[in-house]
Design a protein around this ligand. Structure first.
Ligand code: R5P
Length: 312
C-alpha cells in the first residue's frame, strides 16, 4: 500500500494539525509563499511520488484559499502522487448551487469542476449546503455530517420541553433527524430573503410556547438568519434558544450580533472554519477525529459508512 501523506494549506492549519495528530502522523512539510503581487507558490518539501496524498484545505473566503487548494493539487499531480484527496471541511460557494435568477452562475458546480480539473482523485467534505452538490463532482466524494459530533453536545443539554427549529424550509430534513434522535418536537421558521444577507421571518410553524428550542443550521454567515429567527421564537413564547451550526463563517458583525442578542443562550459550532471569535456563548466542537477516521479508512480502502451512524 502506498504511504499516507497529510499536507495542509494555510486556510485552517490548526484543524489540519489536529487531524494529523489524531492519525498519529506529522503534517508533511510544504512551502507556501506569496510573491509581492500576491501570487501563490507551492512546493512539497519531501518526495510524494507514488504516495497517497490528502490535502486539508477548507475553501472559505478569500478566494485565495480555493486557488491555493488548486495549486496544491496541481503540484501534487505533477510530483507524481499516486492518489490525491482534497479534504475540504468547508466547501465555499455551496449556496450558489442553482440558477435561481436569470444570468447568474452555478458557482458550486464551477468550483467542483476546478477541483476535478486540477487533478483531485477524491474529495472528503462536510455538510454541503445541499447534499445534491455531491453530484457536481464526477470523482468519488465522501460527505461527512457535522451532526455526528454536534449531536453529542446536545445530549448533555438535559432540557425538557425541547423543540428543534429549522430556520428555513431547506433545513427541515436535518432538523427532523435531530428532533427524532433527541425525542424533541419540530418547529419550522418560514424565512424569506428579500436580498443577499437580509432575512425576514414570515411565519413560525409548530408549538413554541414555553419550549427550550435548539435552532439547527448548516452555517451562520452574517448571523442575520440565526438572530432574527431566535428573536422571533422568543417573541412567540419560547423559553430559551440554543444554536447549532457546522460552519461558523461569522462574517461582518455576526459574533457581536450573537453575543449581544438576549434571545440566544449558547451556540455550538465546529472547527471547519479557523476559530476567530471570542464569546463565551460560542462553543467549539472539533471535527478533527471524524476527518481523521475518514482519511484512515479511505487510505485503507475501508468503508466509511459507519461514520454516518449517529445521524444522517
Ligand atoms: C441558508 O439557506 C443557510 O442555511 C443559512 O441559514 C444562511 O446562509 C445563513 O446566513 P446568514 O447568517 O448571513 O443569515
Amino acid at each position: 500500500m502506498s504511504e499516507l501523506i497529510i499536507v495542509s494549506g494555510r486556510s485552517n492549519s490548526p484543524l489540519a494539525e489536529k487531524i494529523a495528530r489524531s492519525l498519529g502522523e506529522e503534517l508533511s512539510p510544504v512551502t507556501i509563499t506569496n510573491f509581492s503581487d500576491g501570487e501563490i507558490w507551492v512546493k512539497y518539501e519531501e518526495n510524494i511520488r507514488g504516495k497517497d496524498v490528502f490535502i486539508v484545505q477548507p475553501t472559505n473566503p478569500p478566494a485565495e484559499n480555493l486557488l491555493e487548494l488548486l495549486i496544491m493539487i496541481d503540484a501534487a499531480r505533477r510530483a507524481s502522487a499516486k492518489r490525491i484527496t482534497a479534504v475540504i471541511p468547508y466547501f465555499a460557494y455551496s449556496r450558489q448551487d442553482r440558477k435561481d435568477q436569470p444570468r447568474v452562475s452555478v458557482t458550486a458546480k464551477l468550483v467542483a469542476n476546478l477541483i476535478t480539473e486540477a487533478g483531485a482523485d477524491r474529495v472528503i467534505t462536510m455538510d454541503l449546503h445541499t447534499p445534491q452538490i455531491q453530484g457536481f463532482f464526477d470523482i468519488p466524494l465522501d460527505h461527512l455530517y457535522g451532526s455526528t459530533v454536534l449531536v453529542k453536545a446536545l445530549f448533555d443539554i438535559k432540557s425538557d420541553n425541547l423543540a428543534i427549529a429549522s430556520p428555513d424550509v431547506g433545513g427541515i430534513k436535518t432538523a427532523r433527524t435531530y428532533a427524532k434522535i433527541l425525542g424533541a418536537d419540530l418547529v419550522v421558521v418560514d424565512k424569506r430573503r428579500p436580498s443577499h444577507n437580509v432575512a425576514e421571518v414570515m411565519n413560525i410553524i409548530g408549538e413554541v410556547e414555553g419550549k427550550n428550542i435548539i435552532v439547527i443550521d448548516d452555517l451562520i454567515d452574517t448571523g442575520t438568519t440565526f438572530v432574527k429567527c431566535s428573536e422571533a421564537l422568543i417573541a412567540a413564547g419560547a423559553k430559551s434558544i440554543t444554536g447549532v451550526c457546522t460552519h461558523a463563517v461569522f462574517s461582518g458583525s455576526a459574533i457581536e450580533k450573537i453575543h449581544n442578542s438576549p434571545a440566544i443562550q449558547n451556540v455550538y459550532v465546529t472547527d471547519t472554519f479557523p476559530m476567530h471569535w471570542d464569546s463565551n456563548k460560542i462553543h467549539t466542537i472539533s471535527v478533527a477525529d471524524l476527518f481523521a477516521e475518514a482519511i484512515r479508512r479511505t487510505h485503507n480502502n475501508a468503508s466509511i459508512s459507519s461514520l454516518f451512524e449517529i445521524i444522517r
